[in-house]
Ligand binder design. Structure first.
Ligand SMILES: Nc1ncnc2c1ncn2[C@@H]1O[C@H](COP(=O)(O)OP(=O)(O)OP(=O)(O)O)[C@@H](O)[C@H]1O
Ligand SMILES: [Mg+2]
Length: 476
């Protein structure tokens, strides 16, 4: 069956991007409906082939399908099920000669948007089309507003609206004008590098160079020559004299990423830069004065490093006189929808897609995940889902398997039964404590309870666990 594009008769421009698809095995009925819909101001596509209609849905070309319940290839209900799988947001309107209240209710229950008796009542059809069009227009307006909001909530490319992130932005803005050294701490993937770039840009030397050095990526000798430069013949392979990053960024900023990974010998050299602002190229006795601002970052607990003897105490105090802590994503779940929208736009543009959002159940899964890889993990998740999603929305199947599994089991406890409130509380406290690396004060703040209440719960749950261990031991 060929498909024809019905031309709009009375109103030249189509009202919305709704583009209804009419799917009917009867060619005369197709032609009639196309003409009627065109008169109502909508551009439509007509076909008698369900596969062709499904393909249009899959590619996001048609947001609405008017489908005859009785078709030779498949029933309207089968079509409805397949279309919803491809695009959970698609409007499917079932049409039938044998309309009964029961069949209409069954259609709606299975996810149809409406159920129309044939021959079609024009007024009724127009209302159905107008309602769906209004809904799409409304969504488009909401999206435009959200995009505007997103722009307003961006801080030098860093997206966030949680109080925790707004505090980071505020502090970074203040610090940027006056700092000489700043330490950024926070778990991996939280955006430390983005914050470092923002601080440099806002600082009075924002027009000067920003040199970035990942201290964990190189062996000591290479790192030293990278940072401080070297003279010809300083080591095998040093065929020329080269300035290092400190000289390159003289007058600007040096960002020392993963500073917690440096050796004690390298730390001594960094301390000298911080204390005296002087450097020596490898192999040269000449001491050079430099004027750089330093931003260092780490996802390690440097204080613990000091206690363990891996990190120089004097360097730690020098670096951490101004410290900005970037919170983990689990501590600012309210940023997830905004970040998701931001990445969706980024990857829609990158991959030439027009995905408009996530289904509600996919959104719920994102909010339930603990995000050990933080914003980087969320970005990767959205980017991959953008590639795999075929419909208008990202759904569960487009998310990584471990996230899908989690959603299926989220209400189930270890025994496979739904968890009791006590079990949920115990599990949640344990997760939040893990997230805060055992810091009970912070965990209590996040949980919204007092420290004494947290201790009480821990004692109660701990006693239960101990009790279990004891009885296990006795049985053995
Ligand atoms: N608030 C945010 N808004 C937008 N993008 C973000 C945000 N936070 C992080 N990202 C993105 O997430 C990724 C990881 O960020 P970044 O490299 O700054 O993290 P990091 O804290 O330096 O991680 P690591 O400790 O592993 O080096 C980057 O692609 C970055 O653009
Ligand atoms: Mg980094």
């Amino acid at each position: 069956m060929s498909h024809a594009t019905a031309k709009t008769l009375e109103i030249a421009a189509p009202r919305t991007s709704l583009t209804p698809c009419i799917l009917d095995g009867d060619a005369a009925q197709l032609q009639l409906l196309s003409a009627v819909i065109a008169e109502m101001g909508y551009e439509s596509v007509a076909t008698g082939d369900p596969e062709e209609a499904l393909d249009l849905v899959k590619r996001g070309r048609c947001r609405m399908v008017l489908v005859d319940v009785h078709m030779p290839q498949m029933t309207g209900y089968e079509f409805l099920e397949q279309a919803k799988q491809l695009d959970p947001g698609v409007h499917v309107v079932l049409m039938t000669r044998d309309y009964t209240l029961e069949s209409a209710q069954e259609g709606i229950r299975r996810g149809a948007s409406d159920f129309l008796p044939t021959p079609i009542d024009r007024k009724r059809l127009k209302r159905t089309l107008d309602d769906a069009a209004e809904l799409y227009d409304q969504r488009r307006r909401v999206r435009a507003l959200e995009e505007q909001l997103l722009k307003d909530l961006e801080f030098y490319g860093i997206v966030g609206k949680s109080p925790a992130m707004l505090e980071v932005f505020d502090f970074a803005r203040k610090v940027a004008r006056h700092y000489t050294n700043v330490l950024l701490v926070g778990p991996t993937g939280t955006g430390k590098e983005l914050v470092a770039r923002a601080i440099h840009q806002i600082s009075p030397v924002g027009q000067q160079e920003l040199a970035i050095c990942n201290c964990s990526a190189m062996v000591d000798t290479l790192l030293e020559s990278q940072l401080f430069g070297h003279v010809r013949g300083a080591f095998t392979g040093a065929t020329d004299t080269r300035p290092g990053l400190f000289e390159f960024a003289n007058g600007g900023t040096v960002f020392l990423d993963e500073v917690g990974e440096t050796s004690l010998a390298m730390q001594a050299k960094l301390l000298r830069v911080i204390q005296n602002r002087e450097i020596q190229r490898v192999g040269s006795p000449e001491v050079r004065q430099i004027n750089v601002r330093l931003i260092a970052a780490t996802n390690r607990d440097l204080r613990a490093g000091v206690l363990a003897g891996h990190f120089r105490e004097d360097l730690f105090y020098r670096l951490s006189s101004i410290q900005i802590r970037i919170p983990s994503l689990a501590e600012r779940l309210e940023d997830i929808p905004l970040l998701t929208q931001f990445f969706l736009k980024k990857y829609n543009d990158a991959y030439g897609k027009t995905i408009s959002g996530l289904t509600r159940r996919a959104q719920t899964v994102l909010l339930q995940h603990l995000w050990p890889g933080n914003v980087r993990e969320l970005e990767n998740t959205v980017s991959t889902a953008c590639i795999t999603a075929t419909g208008d929305f990202i759904d569960l199947a487009d998310l990584p398997e471990h996230l899908q599994r989690r959603s299926a089991h989220s209400v189930l406890g270890e025994q496979g039964n739904p968890m009791s409130l006590n079990e949920v509380r115990k599990l949640h406290i344990r997760r939040v404590l893990d997230m805060c690396q055992g810091n009970r004060l912070r965990a209590a703040q996040i949980l919204g309870i007092g420290r004494t209440s947290l201790y009480r719960y821990l004692k109660r749950d701990g006693a239960e666990i101990k009790g279990k261990e004891k009885s296990g031991g006795a049985a053995a």
